[in-house]
Design a protein around this ligand. Structure first.
Ligand code: PA5
Length: 450
């Protein structure tokens, strides 16, 4: 049974039940396109039945490599960008202590650090300094195998690792996750005999967290990938079964956000009240931004961390331009218990809260904020999770993936391509004088001097 719940009560006043009901035929059509693979980008629908068909041999191999990395490494460097790292990071941060990086020496699992998401000279230099006296391994992830940011980071890391251990031992500490046959990373992995995993052809980067792309780093960090897949699998089965827009949370989420969009609510703000979920918001931003933001259309996905951002972005959400709606990911139960103590002097005036749990105060902040935002004409959706664990995160991942595909089809875009990300690369390569870009280099230089 799935545990995730979607609550749309606080969109009433902005949209009616009847408006949602009128979408049933559209939902039937769009779901059919997803399941029968007849819509735009239909060669990238491998993620739809992925949780149920992941094979035991692959899982055992991932678990055995994770055990190997744990046995010889204090640190693992996950090297990738966009869909090739955000999913793993989202799950790892959600399940880890907020202070796990500071305390990693006490942990039995390696510390996961990240590279290849920026081209900052300071970041890479600091990372290499940090790795100087550590036993470490590298998981390098790139579907295309040619993405500049992780390729540069990997070149530097590989050199560092080879200088530390020698080429042969270093090779045993490098794990490559890439396309089956194409790309420079695959050639390198073959030539150097790195252990490699395949990203299926029909699964795009931002839909790949339940492939080795996410599963290997998550397993290395010490989390149960079988439970994660079980949650995703249960959500997969539930969403495939439920036809009614009111019973199928992915369809309902897709419909509600599209109705709001058509009414001018063009920005969706995802709000979390627990800092561990920050990277989940980052993953969601990529999934929705890259899937829907095209053809001059799409809801802009933004993220806030409450209550911190109530003291910065709260003003805008309450009172700024009224083109927003808000989606709160509500976590009902924390892992730990902490009560506010009684204080004899009560100089801070907080004794009225003595004996109350922090989660109670957080919940009141959440409820009060939702009501205030609704009063300020910000419709609110809530995705309710009983607690944070591997299974519920698996449900959440699959829920968002399916909803994104349906939502993109309602919007009449191809939710599985990303033509827009090429524009910056073209200019960067032209400016860097990459061989093959001579014409673009001449054009951009002229443009800059005019
Ligand atoms: O979702 C996507 O396809 C992108 O975000 C990619 O994951 C990202 O650009 C990294 O690409 P690659 O894995 O080919 O290095």
């Amino acid at each position: 049974m799935i545990q995730l719940k979607l609550k749309i009560d606080n969109t009433r006043g902005f949209i009616s039940e009847n408006e949602i009901k009128l979408f049933q035929a559209e939902i039937d059509l769009q779901r059919k396109k997803v399941y029968e693979k007849t819509g735009a980008g239909n060669d990238f629908l491998g993620w739809v039945d992925l949780p149920a068909r992941i094979n035991e041999e692959l899982l055992k191999s991932i678990e055995s490599d994770a055990a190997k990395i744990k046995s010889n490494s204090d640190v693992v460097v996950v090297t990738g960008i966009g869909g090739s790292y955000l999913g793993a990071r989202a799950v790892i941060e959600a399940l880890s202590s907020n202070f796990y990086q500071a305390q990693h020496e006490k942990n039995e699992n390696p510390l996961v650090v990240y590279a290849g998401q920026n081209i900052s000279e300071d970041y890479m230099s600091e990372l290499l300094d940090f790795l100087d006296d550590k036993n470490y391994s590298i998981i390098v992830i790139s579907k295309s195998g040619t993405t500049t940011e992780p390729a540069i980071a990997f070149r530097l890391l590989r050199k560092h690792l080879e200088e530390k251990y020698g080429e042969d031992v270093a090779a045993g500490r490098i794990f490559a996750i890439t396309d089956a046959s194409r790309g420079a990373l695959k050639t390198l992995a073959n030539n150097k005999s790195y252990k490699s995993y395949v990203i299926p052809d029909d699964v795009g980067g931002r839909y790949s967290v339940l492939t080795p792309v996410g599963l290997l780093p998550i397993a290395v960090a010490g989390f149960d990938i079988r439970k994660l897949l079980k949650g995703a699998c249960q959500m997969q089965e539930f969403l495939a079964r439920e036809d009614s827009v009111f019973e199928n949370p992915a369809a309902l989420y897709a419909v509600v956000r599209n109705i709001l969009y058509r009414k001018g609510k063009t920005t969706e703000v995802m709000a979390c009240y627990t800092p561990n979920m920050m990277y989940f918001t980052e993953w969601w931003k990529q999934l929705y931004g890259e899937s829907e933001g095209k053809d001059q259309k799409g809801i802009f996905p933004a993220g806030v961390n409450f209550t911190a951002d109530l003291h910065s972005m709260g003003q805008y959400i309450q009172d700024g331009m009224r083109n927003l709606f808000e989606t709160v990911v509500r976590v009902e139960n924390p892992q730990r218990k902490l009560e506010i103590p009684h204080d004899e002097d009560n100089l801070d005036g907080l004794n009225f809260l003595a004996g109350k749990r922090l989660s109670y105060v957080n919940k009141m902040a959440e409820t009060g904020t939702i009501l205030a935002h609704v009063d300020g004409e910000v419709p609110n959706l809530e995705i309710i999770l009983p607690s944070i664990n591997e299974k519920i995160l698996g449900e959440l991942i699959y829920f968002f993936e399916m909803a994104c595909a349906i939502s993109g089809y309602i919007l009449e875009v191809n939710p599985f391509d990303q033509p827009g990300v090429e524009a910056y690369k073209m200019n960067m390569f032209a400016l860097l004088e990459k061989p093959g870009f001579e014409k673009e280099t001449a054009t951009i230089r002229k443009r800059m001097t005019e």
